[in-house]
Design a binder for this molecule. Structure first.
Ligand code: ADP
Ligand code: MG
Length: 329
């Protein structure tokens, strides 16, 4: 049983409908109705020592930054504004105070960068390692949230930023290759930047039909849009933006840069779709994405649910090594 089959199995038969609930399980955040024309967005993500991080790969303050950043990314994925967060920390014995203070110093930094307020949490012992579980609450003008389910056949597929860098950084950490050339990739892995302003821009532009953030891998997360929207997709691997120096850096580890960009996880970029007949109009505002973030078109959604293809430079179909990260594989 994989991660998603397990989620579907355990949530079967559980009451999941409520008058105020706009969207329950199955998207980056749950949505429920608020007042004054706003909806609330809620998301939670856990980071477990030995699964999501190793202490020799990062410092605790940076780990605190990442813990909040990956949660903010799920609010970004719906175009919301993050407002509040709760933190539950499990702390192993020894050095309790320093561990907790360092983690919180990192979270505080990211919280003030994004104007979010800590409103609660829990602090417990965790004999086998650090555990950080964060819940973020955000808001969005009602009906402006971008869900995974809104894509239609023919919609154009766009992405923010670049792909594969975080996965490559993780490979360098595993190989203990730490130098000036590998440092930018390691930073992408350890200290990701959530695309909050970019997500709001995409949602408020009125052009986007669906959106997701990339935590599992580009193809895996695009597949979540396709699953929820009942569509397929066709993308061109050469159009997937990669950082300068990325291909050469991947080559030093004899890794295929295209595979890394397609299936590497934890980029925390956004994928969104735009209706084909509005794409020309959208093209005119693409340069205005906040933070100067580059937006690239990588393909189209397809009508047939089973049609999910990645094409190479010569029009050849690329087979993928993996479909993204699965906790239980
Ligand atoms: P993301 O990668 O955006 O954090 P996930 O793939 O972790 O999303 O989760 C997919 C969906 O399943 C989400 O809506 C999430 O809230 C839901 N989900 C995951 N685990 C559980 C669980 N144990 N109980 C209820 N819902 C869950
Ligand atoms: Mg997500």
């Amino acid at each position: 049983m994989n991660e998603f089959e397990l989620i579907s199995e355990i949530t079967k038969g559980v009451p999941r409908k409520s008058r105020e609930l706009v969207r329950g399980i199955g998207d980056d955040c749950a949505i429920f109705s608020g007042n004054s024309g706003n909806n609330w967005l809620v998301t939670t993500d856990a980071l477990i020592e030995g699964v999501h991080f190793k202490r020799e790969w990062t410092d605790l303050k940076t780990l605190g930054r990442k813990s909040l950043a990956v949660n903010l990314s799920d609010i970004a994925a719906m175009g919301g504004t993050p407002k509040f967060y709760l933190v539950s920390v499990g702390l192993p014995p020894g050095n309790l105070e320093n561990t907790a203070k360092s983690l919180f110093a990192g979270m505080n930094e990211v919280a003030s960068e994004h104007g979010v307020t800590l409103i609660g949490g829990d602090t417990v012992a965790s004999p086998l390692g650090i555990m950080i579980t964060i819940t973020v609450i955000g808001s969005s003008p009602s009906g402006k949230e971008l869900m995974r389910s809104g894509a239609k056949s023919g919609d154009e597929i766009y992405v923010t930023g670049s792909f594969g860098a975080s996965a490559l950084g993780l490979c360098f950490l595993k190989e203990k290759i730490l130098n000036a050339k590998t440092e930018p990739f390691i930073k992408r892995h350890n200290d990701p930047v959530p695309r909050v302003a970019e997500g709001q821009w995409a949602a408020q532009s009125g052009f986007a039909t669906s959106m997701i953030d990339v935590s599992d891998g580009l193809v895996a997360d695009l597949s979540h849009i396709a699953d929820e929207s009942g569509t397929g997709f066709e993308i061109e691997s050469e159009k997937i933006p990669r950082d300068a120096g990325f291909d050469a850096a991947a080559a030093t580890l004899k890794m295929d840069p295209l595979q890394l960009a397609l299936s590497g996880g934890e980029d925390y970029e956004l994928i969104f779709t735009v209706a084909k007949d509005r794409a020309a109009e959208f093209g005119k505002i693409i340069g205005g994405c906040p933070n100067g973030t580059r937006i690239a078109k990588i393909g189209n959604m397809a009508g047939d649910l089973k049609l999910r293809r990645v094409f190479g430079k010569l029009g050849n179909e690329i087979k993928l090594d993996t479909n993204g990260y699965d906790h239980f594989k």
